[in-house]
Design a protein around this ligand. Sequence first.
Ligand SMILES: Nc1ncnc2c1ncn2[C@@H]1O[C@H](COP(=O)(O)OP(=O)(O)OP(=O)(O)O)[C@@H](O)[C@H]1O
Ligand SMILES: [Mg+2]
Length: 326
Amino acid sequence: MRAGNLLEVNGLKKYFPVQRSLASRLFGQRPGWLKAVDGVDLFIREGETLGLVGESGSGKSTLGRTVVGLYEATAGEVRFEGRPVKELSPQERKSFRQKVQMIFQNPYSSLNPRKTVRQILDVPLRMRGVPGPERPSEMEELLERVGLSRWHLNQYPHQLSGGQRQRIGIARALAVHPRFIVADEPVSALDVSVQAQIINLLMDLQEQFRLTYLFIAHDINVVHHISNRIAVMYLGRVVEIAGSEELLTAPRHPYTKALISAIPEISKIRRRERILLEGTIPSPLNPPPGCCFQTRCPEKKDPVCTQIVPTLKDVGGDHFVACHLY
Ligand SMILES: Nc1ncnc2c1ncn2[C@@H]1O[C@H](COP(=O)(O)OP(=O)(O)OP(=O)(O)O)[C@@H](O)[C@H]1O
Ligand SMILES: [Mg+2]
């Protein structure tokens, strides 16, 4: 593990079993696998934000959940603070679960509607071992950190606005003193004006607490603001990783080029031609052989692209791309 990396993911796979119909089983087809994450390599440096983008169904949430341990990996490893998570003792695993937290897209469904804010925040404080009498003042401080006040302690989630609920979700994650947070589309369900406030809050907290983020979003526009680097996912694989500016101005992978050409504000400035991709993303039940993007790639070369899976190559300047063109 390279010095300075808080987290590393090597060859990570997460497959979900799929039951085939009785008829197809009678005809000898075995149960299939949905390859949600299919061999991901990446690292996240201490204190940085890695943005993770990709269209719906590309495996972003599954990757995030597998990294924090909500899903068990099918293959590959996650290393945190230099150690494979799989090899941690029960005691160390408990500490890992505190240091690594997740913030979800829908703060309403991730907060228990029958519990007050006080009850919601009590759980992580107890988990960190904060004695009962000290919890009220800790709660007030937490609420202040996320831009709320003690006045909210007796409220239920439905009494809060979307932005306030997400602030509670953030406070709950902070309560255990994490080092690393996976934020899975934390602003996608919010109004545009509120999105900016929550992103600014996350950036302030990162500075105050030296947090490291994996920030998941559909939209490059949302992540490029907050991210030091951005990883692009397609059909369960990371196809490109580079610094935010570099990725926007000098994308290498044909898929990333198409994504970026579709952002009007950016393509206007750079007078880029819009690249329209043909077809839709293939099913992860039946991904194409070779490069995962070969069925839609305008620059496909037979037979290399249709037969050989490209791995991430270092193209210099902290820029990695999984494409046979490089
Ligand atoms: N628990 C599960 N069981 C079976 N299949 C799943 C499960 N979770 C996700 N999938 C499938 O895995 C693939 C990747 O899903 P995932 O939710 O990780 O994508 P995503 O990139 O987060 O998409 P979105 O942008 O819509 O949130 C999809 O085909 C999805 O249907
Ligand atoms: Mg998702």
